[in-house]
Structures are given as C-alpha cells and as structure tokens.
Design a protein. Structure first.
Length: 119
C-alpha cells in the first residue's frame, strides 16, 4: 500500500512538472546565438540540472524556408530572442526559402525531466 501511494505521488509530481512546461520547471533561460541554456528542476523535484540545447541541430528547413522540428540542421538561419507569452518558451527562427526570401517561424521549446528538447 505504501509503495502504491509513493508511486502515485511520484507520477502526479512528474505530470505537474510536464504540464507546467519549460518556464514552470526551468529558470535562467538564456539564448546565446543558437544555444539555449537553462537551470531546471528534475522530475524528482529535488535535483537541479543546468542543461543546454543547440537549437540549430533540432530543426530542419526545406525549400519553403519554414523551420520544422527534427534533425537536419538549419544552416543560414538566425535565431531571435526568447518569447514567452503563454508560459511556454518560444523562439523565432528566420531562414531563407528557395528564392532567398527570409521566412520567420516561431517554434515552441520544451523540457523533459530537466533536459531541454524541441517539440
């Protein structure tokens, strides 16, 4: 019975952590070039972890210039400042399309157990 209660509490804490998003579990967010860094609280709610993510490695761009989440790299793109109007961190990525026109895409950022990830 005690194990079940402990497991339930841990799962509830983990769910609350995930539901609150990057801004709810991480602070000191900093974007330097294409590297996002943050200090986050792990799912156990006790450990603090400093983590970073090379955003250029998390996105790819096809001929339309729109950045999409996935491996591939975004050479020739620039990263704007962090945006957080809804409690979830976002960043704007501007990339050229096949006609060299600059296309801006706003992407959501996330964290999973104190590790930054892209969604």
């Amino acid at each position: 019975m005690q194990f079940f209660t402990l497991a339930t509490l841990l799962l509830a804490a983990t769910g609350a952590n995930a539901a609150s998003g990057l801004v709810g579990t991480c602070n000191k967010l900093k974007l330097s070039g294409d590297t996002l860094s943050a200090a986050c609280v792990a799912a156990n709610q006790m450990d603090k972890v400093t983590t970073s993510l090379e955003l250029k490695d998390c996105y790819y761009v096809l001929g339309d210039g729109i950045a999409k989440c996935g491996r591939g790299g975004v050479g020739g793109c620039s990263f704007g400042s962090l945006i957080d109007p809804e409690g979830f961190a976002k960043v704007q990525i501007t990339c050229p399309d096949s006609n060299s026109k600059q296309v801006a895409t706003t992407v959501n950022l996330s964290e999973l157990n104190a590790t930054l990830t892209c969604i």
